[in-house]
Design a protein around this ligand. Structure first.
Ligand SMILES: [Zn+2]
Ligand SMILES: [Zn+2]
Length: 318
């Protein structure tokens, strides 16, 4: 149980859990109860999710029409999906980092093109076509949980006024290129950058970007420097010791790199997907993309070190 001290935010921040039967089971939406009302993330764009949000806000005495600003931590559909619907109810301004802006502002229009690029990327990671197609189908089906929204672009360090307070943007690329944490007073909203129960996927969740693991570790260190903050993630419960959590995530990625080098040390070239199969066992459905992308991100980071070299789409350690 979090103690009194670790729940100081509760007078000014309300957590609403939005069901998500597609991915992760549920998303956290946070209402900031300041002079102006703001939401951090929105959950998915289904009637059920909207109903849950609407009721929770009304019950707390804040009708959805009163929302003035919506801050999106990153471009994943479960985090911004409902923004357009809330915007049309309330006229709220929507904000997202500029690196994730296009995939949100033009989500619907660009979806087919983006998924085609994902398919090409998975083939380069060595995923067989027969395993790529079901992932793309699944992502196509999942596209119904979000729609394009008119949004403004944010930059690192920007301070967006909220009444007499401010929301500070801290750019933390890694999980996606435009991932940010938002700071409001001593509360830090981390989206998927920092999660309490598992390490976020790096590599597959913004599959067209490069060097994501390196960027992610740097972004973790940026947050590690912050003292006296309460950390509220995009899924699950409040994070009580973010520095220890960050240390364990960095350790986890170091161990994974060692495991990959060990697999490659027999001198046989392998694709990211082949390594993923050896690391994780069989992969099905969406995990094909997550597993291969995660290994790819580690290989990018390893290339040129520990004897790891790239041969076309394969890697070798010798
Ligand atoms: Zn995400
Ligand atoms: Zn998420």
């Amino acid at each position: 149980m979090p103690n009194q001290q670790s729940k100081r935010h509760e007078e000014r921040v309300l957590k609403i859990t939005i069901p998500n039967p597609y991915f992760e089971q549920s998303n956290n939406v946070y209402l900031i109860k300041d002079e102006e009302l703001a939401l951090i993330d929105t959950g998915i764009d289904t009637d059920e999710a909207f109903d849950v949000l609407n009721k929770a806000l009304a019950q707390a005495g804040f009708p959805i029409k009163g929302i003035k600003k919506i801050f999106i931590t990153h471009k994943h559909p479960d985090h911004f999906g409902m923004a357009s619907r809330i915007q049309s109810e309330s006229g709220a301004e929507v904000y997202i980092h500029r690196d994730d802006w296009e995939d949100v502002a033009r989500f619907t229009e660009r979806r087919d093109e983006v998924l085609e690029k994902y398919a090409q990327t998975m083939l380069r990671w060595g995923v067989p076509k027969g395993a790529v197609d079901p992932v793309i189908e699944l992502l196509k089906e999942g596209s119904v949980i979000a729609r394009s929204v008119k949004a403004q672009m944010l930059a690192d360090g920007q301070a967006v006024p909220l009444g007499r307070q401010k929301i500070i943007v801290i750019h933390t690329p890694g999980h996606t290129q435009g991932s940010v944490c938002f700071r409001y007073k001593n509360t830090l909203f981390t989206g998927d950058h920092l999660l309490p129960d598992y390490t976020p996927n790096i590599g597959a969740t913004d599959a067209l970007m490069s060097d994501m693991l390196k960027k992610y570790i740097q972004s973790l260190l940026k947050i590690r420097e912050l003292d006296g903050i309460e950390v509220l993630p995009g899924h699950g419960e409040q994070i009580s010791n973010h520095k220890a959590l960050i240390d364990s995530i960095i350790q986890h990625h170091e161990e994974r790199k060692r495991a990959i080098v060990k697999i490659l040390s027999d001198g046989i070239p392998r694709s990211a997907y082949q390594i993923a199969l050896e690391l994780f066992g069989s992969l099905d459905s969406y995990h094909v993309m997550l597993g291969a992308g995660e290994v790819h991100a580690h290989l990018e980071d390893l290339e040129g070190r520990c004897g790891v070299r790239r041969l076309g789409n394969n890697y070798i350690a010798a």
